[in-house]
Design a protein around this ligand. Structure first.
Ligand SMILES: Cc1cc2nc3c(=O)[nH]c(=O)nc-3n(C[C@H](O)[C@H](O)[C@H](O)COP(=O)(O)OP(=O)(O)OC[C@H]3O[C@@H](n4cnc5c(N)ncnc54)[C@H](O)[C@@H]3O)c2cc1C
Length: 455
């Protein structure tokens, strides 16, 4: 690999053990690091510019990287690449309460931004479950969602302007600071969700909203999956959108209860968790949500009337990842389907699980139809792993068959590249490739992520 320019060479990670930690992300796509790769930890925009000038001149692939929490394999080192980590660009540059925005570096951790703006009585909406570790740059690149999307939308709904360094080192500014703005194409919208395939995001301007109240929670248990989905439909039709609406199917409930007693009955078909954070009205909202779920057929309903109890009701949801990991290794899916097809999808997944002899708990953001089937298989069992991948393929195809998408919030990454062609079709995929080439004519930005690696 060509030698890095002198200014950037000082930012290279040379300790092999430390370097290895930058080669993988939180996805099953991560395996042994490649034999030849470089890791650069940028300290400022000038470092990013220098790396992208150098990479373009030498046709070296660049993998932009935040906190490496990608579930889709978008942030992993590939052969001959420079991993360009921007976590150290973590300044909260400006919080403007009058205009209602914050300007931040891409390395700012989601939770840090939320806490900082809360001090000014303001609120930043997107809340991926990884919020204590993932970065705003990674959230922008993946158009991250989270638990509160049902009311607050995804990252794209909060990003107004960006600074992006393009291959070759050109600095591009997109968007506007004002409340409105339609001058020219929406290049901000194009970069959001582009998974590091167009350039490196080096500054983000996000909109802020007035802070909501602490959320209150209602939890409902259902003996029938159809009733649980009827509950979701009733809640979505309410004139006040819940700020959270999560579902756990039967296998998820059993996995959580096997991990510890979180108060769920083992024989139920589904559990719904719903919250309101409406200033001054959260209590009346969750009482109404409880009635709606009872009306839909819930067999048990619990309502939390203070923030501490509300938090306790969510505990079972919070430990879910750990509960699954206690059962085995897993391939985490991220399918989004129409709400009306939720029951069809969950039942279809049960059939796939039975066919391949694997466990697939389904849980997630029921209010958005965004589910995370987790294909659990025993550790160190190659045969079970092979069956898990067959199930992975069938779950994605089922999602498409019921009118959904292969990824609601995690992105295509390197993991779902073959299925993107299924979803988009050859013509649309080709159009998207040509769009990428406008920004990245040599194809050096994150090759193998979103699109197949060029031969
Ligand atoms: C326990 C757990 C829970 C999760 N829950 C959620 C959830 O609820 N909702 C959700 O949406 N996701 C979730 N995720 C996935 C993940 O946290 C998100 O995709 C997150 O946005 C990634 O941020 P990151 O800083 O870790 O980015 P990374 O993982 O480092 O990178 C992710 C992608 O963004 C690109 N990228 C990163 N920074 C930049 C930049 N500055 N410029 C250009 N490209 C860049 C990378 O190349 C890569 O393609 C979860 C992950 C874990 C491990």
């Amino acid at each position: 690999m060509p030698t890095l320019p002198p200014g950037v060479a000082a930012r290279e990670v040379t300790d092999p053990d430390v370097k290895r930690t930058y080669a993988a992300d939180a996805s099953p796509a991560s395996s042994a690091p490649p034999s030849d790769y470089t890791v650069v930890r940028a300290r400022d925009v000038a470092d990013v510019v220098a790396v992208l000038e150098h990479a373009q001149a030498n046709r070296t692939p660049v993998v932009p990287q935040g906190a490496r929490t990608s579930r889709a394999g978008g942030a992993i080192a590939t052969e001959g690449c420079i991993v360009l980590n921007v976590e150290a660009l973590d300044a909260i540059i400006d919080v403007d309460p009058l205009e209602g925005y914050a300007v931040v570096g891409p390395g700012v951790v989601n939770a840090a931004l939320k806490r900082e703006v809360a001090r000014a009585g303001l609120f930043y909406g997107p809340d991926p479950a990884s919020w204590e570790t993932c970065t705003i740059g990674g959230n922008v690149a993946t158009n991250a969602g989270g638990l509160c999307c049902v009311k607050y939308g995804v990252t794209a709904d909060w990003v107004k302007a960006l600074q992006v360094v393009l291959p070759g080192g050109e600095v591009m500014r997109t968007g506007h600071r004002t409340a409105k703005g339609v001058a020219g194409y929406d290049l901000t919208g194009l970069v959001v969700g582009s998974e590091g395939t167009l350039g490196v995001v080096t500054e983000v301007l996000v909109r802020l909203a007035p802070a909501p109240d602490p959320a209150l929670t209602a939890l409902a248990v259902f003996a029938s999956l159809d009733d649980a989905v009827a509950g979701i439909v009733a809640l979505r039709r309410d004139s006040v959108r819940p700020s959270l609406l999560e579902i756990l199917d039967r296998s998820s409930v059993r996995a959580v209860q096997a991990y510890g007693d979180y108060g769920f009955p083992n024989d139920c078909e589904a559990v719904l968790l719903v919250q309101s954070d409406r200033p001054g009205h959260a209590g009346e909202d969750v009482a109404r949500y409880a009635d709606l779920m009872a009306g839909a057929g819930a067999t048990e309903v619990a309502v939390a009337d203070d923030a501490q109890e509300a938090d306790a009701l969510l505990e079972g949801r919070r430990v879910m990842s750990t509960a699954f990991e206690a059962l085995g290794a897993r391939l985490a899916e991220d399918v989004c389907v129409p709400v009306a097809r939720l029951a069809d999808f969950i039942r279809g997944v049960e059939t796939i699980a039975a066919r391949h002899g694997v466990l697939i708990p389904v849980s997630g953001h029921g209010g958005d139809g965004n589910l995370h089937p987790s294909i659990v298989h025993p550790y160190d069992d190659p045969d079970a792993l092979a069956r898990a991948w067959l199930a992975f393929d069938e779950v994605l195809r089922l999602g498409l068959d019921v009118g959904g998408t292969i990824t609601g919030e995690h992105g295509v990454g390197s993991l779902k590249v073959p299925w993107l062609r299924l979803e988009l079709g050859a013509d649309e995929l080709d159009r998207q490739r040509r769009l990428k080439a406008v920004f990245d004519p040599l194809g050096i930005m994150n090759p193998g992520t979103v699109f197949e690696r060029p031969r």
